[in-house]
Design a protein around this ligand. Sequence first.
Ligand SMILES: C[S@@+](CC[C@H](N)C(=O)[O-])C[C@H]1O[C@@H](n2cnc3c(N)ncnc32)[C@H](O)[C@@H]1O
Length: 385
Amino acid sequence: DSPIIGPVCPWNSSPRLRLPVCASPDFVRASIAPELLFGTKDGVRNLTWNQAGWQGPHRCINGTCLFSNDNIGGGIALITSEHHAKIVASFPQGPAEEAAPPPFHVAKVAGKGMGLVANRTIRKGEIIMQRTPTLLAQTAPIVDLDPTLRDLLYVLAVEALPDARQAAFMAQVGSDIHDKVNTNCFLVFVDGSSHLGCYPEVARMNHDCRPNAHYRISNMTHTTVAVRTIAPGEELSISYVDLLLTHAERRALLHKWGFECACAQCSQSAADTAASDARLRQIAKLKAELGDFSTTKVTAETGGEMVGLYEDEGLHTYLGNAYTRAALNFALFGEEERAREYAGMAVEALELEMGPGTGDARAMRILAEDPRKHWTWGKRRKHGK
Ligand SMILES: C[S@@+](CC[C@H](N)C(=O)[O-])C[C@H]1O[C@@H](n2cnc3c(N)ncnc32)[C@H](O)[C@@H]1O
């Protein structure tokens, strides 16, 4: 538990979290009406803001306010505008506390600090964890704020959390709250506006250039899914960067994040790294060719060849997109059976990556049902074939 170093302010009861400055408590007084209304889906019942457990605004700075709700995921602090607060309040309240024990534990991992390690076999497609944020902060006003005010708002936000959530937040790596937010939090869009969502349990997951897990964020709920079978004792990993980048490009990006990647893919021999980069360049080339209708280079096999490269590279997290491109290419060449087969694999992979019922998976299901009726059917086939 790393305390924030600063003065103990007269109105600040928490010895654990010290404000960086002793601003007057009136300095950032609430400026909007606390009574926000939001409705249930069917519009039958309107809960008031307070009935749903929302509190605040506790403080506002230039229209950006701090709210909190102890009922959501054990406690959430929200820094955002009134408009976005109403939207967040209308989100489904997220997962209930898990009944089953989590399939992982926190452990020290060589060269990476702490990490998450599987307790048991985790099946491909299994949800590893699902969390709502402990802190959700709109990025634009935070970036524009004077750093002292920004830190003050962050400290007030963490102080608004119940003790257990405060402790979880403060246990994340980082020298101060701002650094913890930058190092651990995820981009979350609320009505198109970028926010940073902090999920302290998820933040224990280290980066791997060939990760075994994938995450998606829907509304503000973060879901981590296994993309392949994970053995007991294996470290759980996600990716912090685009995995289609070459070794040097990935490392340069991760360096900007402040660390040298210690994953197995980055620790390979020079020859294996060169072979991996060659596959990645070939994937980029085939992708461009598949999307270019003026080229005559593409054959019916090009999509399947590209999928093979993804599989050889261990890019399990991106297979939905690869299967989709291959399925469409088989349909374009009028290859019914293989269009059906790859569209079916695309449905499975896309649902794993994006959750059930997404538009992309629906589109592939339509192709799988009847490739001959699909708009792509035969469009790349040579005349007379
Ligand atoms: C979000 S935290 C992950 C959890 C962290 N290891 C901990 O102890 O809580 C991100 C930090 O973990 C470390 N890290 C994550 N992935 C890594 C990797 N592949 N190689 C080395 N360090 C890594 C880096 O220090 C990075 O700044």
